[in-house]
Design a protein around this ligand. Sequence first.
Ligand SMILES: Nc1ncnc2c1ncn2[C@@H]1O[C@H](COP(=O)(O)OP(=O)(O)OP(=O)(O)O)[C@@H](O)[C@H]1O
Length: 288
Amino acid sequence: MQDTIRSTVTEQPQLKVQHLNKRYGKGCSRCTDPTFLAEEGQRCPHCGSVWACIDVNFDLYQGEILGIVGESGSGKSTLVKCLYFDDQITSGSAHIAAYKNGELDIFSESAQQKRYIRNHLLGMIYQNPWLGLKMSFSSGGNIAEKLIASGSYHVGSIRARATELLEHVEIPISRINEQPKNFSGGMQQRVQISKALANNPPILLLDEVTTGLDLSVQARVLDLIRNIQRQFNVGMILVSHDLGVIRMLADRTMVMKGGRVIEQGLTDQILEDPQHAYTQKLVHSLLS
Ligand SMILES: Nc1ncnc2c1ncn2[C@@H]1O[C@H](COP(=O)(O)OP(=O)(O)OP(=O)(O)O)[C@@H](O)[C@H]1O
């Protein structure tokens, strides 16, 4: 895995996230700076607001998979939702190398520019395929929707790209006109992946994409993710509460607890020598 890092990682991060905070609720004068909340506390005792992400900092490099692991409620999904502009951040910044040379904070951009970033530079795969797919469209139509959003209008090219992507994720081309609501959970995830890849984004966000799938189906989706990383050299943020999934795929890992990043480093290092007591517990439960 470390060879992958050496051969693919370039110096400038694809994505740089700094001091990202996300609060649900109005907030109050006592929690303007969430780092003052008691360690591991997320809820302000005065106003009841929940700080889902507290001072999150990380870099994502080209072609690497960054795993984010943590217990339920630790802020993993909120983080990727903020990066995909599904949710608004409270404060912080993020820079994407492929967007204006990484010089501008994407969160400070206009709604129109955010749409551009989402349509051209990001792909999102949700745990729930109903969030990522239009179930009343055909599977080919779902891919077409993403291509049209990123400025492709030539019907022949769209059809050819949809065919290529569905083949890539091993959906039989005979089913290109079928609605994904008729597909199995694993197939729906594979259509979601093909849709997210449609515009060749440099960054893919994957939120618990195998949770709830049967083990054999899970293995197939995980294999597909690994192949995509190798073939497309795309940087991925892979959220999972399952350290086994992270171990299988992630080059580097970030451990979250109570909205905070409590540990990050090479996945091998984290598994072999976890520093934080919570990570030690996680690793121990994986190995026992
Ligand atoms: N829309 C919302 N309104 C209020 N609180 C929210 C909202 N979404 C998330 N939260 C709170 O933010 C915190 C972080 O939630 P989040 O879903 O990001 O955690 P997670 O680590 O992804 O958990 P899980 O693995 O269960 O999905 C939790 O305390 C959650 O209750």
